[in-house]
Design a protein around this ligand. Structure first.
Ligand SMILES: Cc1cc2nc3c(=O)[nH]c(=O)nc-3n(C[C@H](O)[C@H](O)[C@H](O)COP(=O)(O)OP(=O)(O)OC[C@H]3O[C@@H](n4cnc5c(N)ncnc54)[C@H](O)[C@@H]3O)c2cc1C
Length: 370
């Protein structure tokens, strides 16, 4: 625990990455403060409904270290749900219909090609079976079912995770400005608006898209990509079970059967951080292509936008700074924050606390010679 204003670690950012890092540190008996310029979940982690989908990309490849990542991610969901009265997630599987012949061919090969562990993870269904089981789909070329897919109300999850960590003794400073200076003895002094300064030897940057404003990390090849979602409310309950991923995602929680969230657009080089009509039209077009019967029965819509951080090799980045002692980063979670954040937080804390080497696939070291 902390003595006065000294903490073993200060985590910057209270999105899914920062909260998982704080949790991992706390579990190992470390004193932790978390600072967020905004509210927890004020960044990309506040997307309305999100998927934890281990089958990624157009070919349904298995996500990096998917087995461990899903197990850890699910254990956090369970831990938070146990303390929360509103059900906010479900392992309801993700359906991936193939809407073109090419996608159908790729999907049918995916279970073997990407060495998926078993049918508990991925199952190919031919055109006949898919259309029999899911008559609301348009003409397909078959499809995949990913039983280990989760749908999460991320807003509730982040809010409850934050409250749980606060109760466990992690100190949060939110909606505040702050400045950091480094003393000669390697201690960081962090002056937080309206509060006494706090001291630490270890600062972890988990600031999501805020990373692009921080000079120390400008050697990392990151790109901020804006995305928008559209939440649809229907008068009647939808007769769906799984969420769907097909050129965008259609997130559905059986607990809220009148609601569907369509995500998302990919906007590189965006010029504003608001929602807009062009994105809404694109998302409705995705709806029309994948669930054509629904367009006419929408009662109400809500739009949301956020910015995710992506990397050129589509792999996240964790680890130390190449030159400055005492600072580390967790970033580049792209569109897989839900699946990877807990595993990445664990690997980063294993490195900081036990000196364990970080898997090169995700280590910040891969950019040290650039
Ligand atoms: C439209 C959209 C849909 C998505 N859908 C999915 C999905 O279905 N499944 C999935 O797994 N992922 C999805 N993602 C991606 C996922 O949201 C991100 O990977 C994840 O939220 C990133 O978490 P983070 O903690 O790194 O960043 P964030 O959630 O952005 O958190 C960063 C936090 O840091 C704070 N901050 C910023 N700058 C500073 C600073 N200088 N100091 C202190 N605090 C700071 C912010 O206020 C914020 O709270 C989606 C993203 C978008 C945009």
């Amino acid at each position: 625990m902390s003595t006065d204003n000294r903490f073993d670690y200060v985590v910057l950012g209270a999105g899914i990455a920062g909260l998982n890092v704080a949790d991992q540190l706390h579990q190992r008996g470390k004193s932790v403060a978390v600072i967020d310029k905004n509210s927890p979940g004020g960044g990309a982690s506040g997307a309305p409904l999100v998927l934890m989908n281990p089958a990624t990309g157009r070919r349904a490849k298995m996500a990096w270290r998917a087995e461990e990542a899903v197990e850890l991610g699910a254990s956090i969901l369970k831990k938070v749900q146990e303390k929360t009265s509103t059900p906010f997630y479900k392992k309801n599987g993700v359906l991936r219909p193939a809407l073109t012949e090419k996608i159908g061919k790729d999907f049918s090969r995916a279970p073997k090609k990407y060495e998926w562990p078993s049918e508990e993870w991925i199952r190919w269904m031919g055109k006949g079976e898919l259309e029999d089981r899911y008559p609301f789909l348009p003409d397909t070329f078959g499809g995949l079912l990913i039983p280990n897919g989760y749908t999460i109300d991320s807003k509730i999850f982040i809010e409850e995770f934050y409250k749980l960590l606060g109760k466990s003794g992690i100190q949060f400073f939110t909606d505040c400005d702050y400045s950091i200076s480094k003393e000669q003895d390697g201690v960081f002094q962090i002056n937080i608006e309206g509060v006494d300064s706090i001291l630490t030897k270890q600062v972890i940057y988990a600031v999501g898209a805020g990373i692009s404003d921080i000079d120390s990390w400008d050697f990392l090849p990151l790109e901020n990509v804006k995305g928008q979602t559209l939440t649809l409310y229907f008068e009647k309950e939808l007769k769906m079970q799984h969420s769907i991923s097909s050129m965008g995602y259609f997130a559905f929680l059986p607990e809220t059967p009148n609601k569907l969230v369509i995500g998302s657009t990919y906007e590189h080089g965006y010029t504003h951080l608001n929602t807009d009509v062009a994105a809404k039209e694109k998302l409705l077009e995705k709806l029309q292509n994948t669930l054509p019967g629904l367009l006419s029965s929408i009662e109400k819509t809500e739009q949301w936008c956020g910015v995710r951080v992506t990397t050129q090799d589509h792999k996240p980045i964790i680890g130390p700074h190449y030159a400055e002692k005492g600072i580390s980063v967790i970033t580049g979670l792209g569109s897989k924050g839900m699946i990877h954040s807990c595993l990445l937080a664990k690997l980063l804390v294993d490195h900081l606390e036990k000196g364990q080497p970080i898997d090169q696939t995700v280590s910040s070291e891969r950019f040290f010679n650039r």
